[in-house]
Design a protein around this ligand. Structure first.
Ligand code: ARG
Length: 461
């Protein structure tokens, strides 16, 4: 039982079954760098409080630096007998600097406050990476919108033709949604920026260590105000998983459109060869696998979130070993997004839009009917009547196999005396789009203004 973290109280070592169950080094080894950073900060706090002499601190920090190098080189890895990253690195420190000095580091801390701190450090770093990736995706959407400022597409509700909109307006809509995900990530940082280090197992420490200086050393804004909360709460982890899932959901909504737009029936986009796949049997196929993987992985991201919430539900305070189950799902969410986002951005940046096809379909499905109704309103026909008159016009056109602008003067007049020939002036998709010029509308002038405001919002987050 020698070398174990709790040997003395036990008559024998853990069973092999327990060891296998308990082990977390296969996933928490990723935290080795943060564990060592925590140890350096803790060593300095011990020295400041008089528990390490200056030369001891120096040797301890040198030993931790040496371990860091060995971890980076891949030469130091967890041994079979190690339970978790904390125990493994403590054992390694003891063999590096000797048991006398190495054995002093554990004073005043617990793996409970360590792990609660390290997972925050890990997530903060990855939040920055994921945030940058989101900015690239928003930029790619804006660039595509910019390249197609005047293109008009069929806007849909219920997946049915609704009203024509600018393609740029539609693409920027996705950009706005993603900008809120970015904002969530930035806002999450405030709550993540707290250091539970010094909370010990749950109740704090008797040694008078300066938790604020440990927090500062680790780049965290402040120590946790409550050691029980610091060691036992994982809402910060769950919130990160939520933001990751929300990003996944937003990507899946873009994906579904790319998949539809890429069908022969829509014919709105062509995927770049480098961002699409073929079929092993059908030589003609070019598949939108990135979009499908994004759609699929969004389910996985939701699963990580719900799994994590289920783990946390009804856990009594303070630390419970259940909390070890927080890491695999959130690590998976991080890894999933960091692989997915660059591929997704590449797919968006290289899409070719077939704007002729979009323009051809934009007026279909009587998508200009609302324009007729609002034209009537501008001529002071009550909207209720305008809606009725336009509905009759649509029915007439439909039964006669005509588009709205093909209905002749006589037929217009027979439907309503208000339907004079000038109504055809609003029956163009360009006119329809241009006239929706209120704030947030799809008129080109309004959409032009969005580029700067979206870029501004992203820059100021
Ligand atoms: N590996 C654990 C975790 O990830 C930390 C260890 C705490 N273990 C304990 N028995 N108190 O949560």
């Amino acid at each position: 039982n020698e070398g174990s973290l709790w040997g003395a109280r036990f008559a024998g070592g853990p069973s092999p079954e327990l060891q296998r169950l308990s082990k977390s080094t296969h996933f928490d080894w990723q935290l080795a760098h943060y564990d060592l950073a925590g140890s350096r900060a803790h060593a300095r706090a011990l020295a400041a409080a008089g528990y390490l002499e200056a030369d001891e601190l120096e040797r301890m920090v040198a030993g931790l630096d040496a371990l860091e190098q060995r971890v980076v080189d891949g030469e130091l890895v967890a041994a079979d007998s190690d339970e978790d990253v904390h125990g493994a690195l403590e054992a390694a420190l003891i063999s590096e600097v000797g048991p006398e000095l190495g054995g002093k580091l554990r004073a005043g801390r617990s793996r409970n406050d360590q792990i609660a701190t390290l997972v925050r450090l890990y997530l903060k770093d990855h939040a920055v990476t994921i945030g940058r990736m989101l900015v690239h995706l928003i930029d790619a959407l804006s660039a595509q919108a910019d390249a197609h400022r005047t293109a008009i597409m069929p806007g849909r509700t219920h997946l049915q033709h609704a009203q024509p909109v600018l393609l740029a307006h539609h693409l920027l809509a996705h950009g706005w949604a993603l900008s809120r995900d970015l904002e969530r990530l930035v806002d999450w940082m405030k709550r993540a920026d707290v250091s539970p280090y010094g909370g010990g197992a749950l109740a704090g420490s008797t040694l008078g260590l300066d938790a604020a200086s440990v927090a500062r050393d680790l780049g965290l804004a402040s120590p946790a105000e409550n050691s029980i909360d610091g060691t036992a709460s994982r809402d910060v982890v769950a919130e990160f998983a939520f933001v990751a899932a929300m990003i996944g959901i937003d990507l899946s909504r873009i994906s579904e459109e790319v998949i539809l737009w890429n069908t022969r029936e829509f014919g709105f986009v062509t995927l770049d060869d480098a961002y699409s796949t073929g079929s092993s049997i059908m030589p003609q196929k070019k598949n939108p696998d990135i979009a499908e993987l994004a759609r699929g992985k969004s389910g996985r991201l939701v699963g990580n979130l719900t799994g994590l919430l289920a783990t946390l539900k009804a856990l009594p305070l303070a630390y419970n070993r259940d909390l070890q189950e927080d890491k695999e799902p959130v690590f998976d969410s991080v890894e999933t997004l960091e692989v997915l986002l660059p591929a997704f951005t590449g797919m968006i940046a290289t899409l070719t839009f077939h704007t002729d096809r979009m323009a051809e379909l934009a007026p279909a499905g009587f998508s200009l009917a609302t324009d007729v109704a609002e034209w009537l309103v501008k001529r002071r026909v009550p909207f209720r009547d305008a809606h009725e008159i336009t509905g009759s016009l649509v029915r007439y056109a439909e039964t006669h196999g005509l588009d709205l602008h093909d209905v002749d003067d006589e037929a217009l007049a027979s439907i309503s005396a208000h339907l004079v020939p000038e109504v055809r002036e609003v029956l163009t998709i360009e006119g329809s789009v241009a006239s929706r010029d209120g704030i947030g509308g799809t008129a080109p002038a309004r959409v032009d203004g969005q580029f700067a405001s979206l870029a501004d919002r992203v820059r100021h987050l």
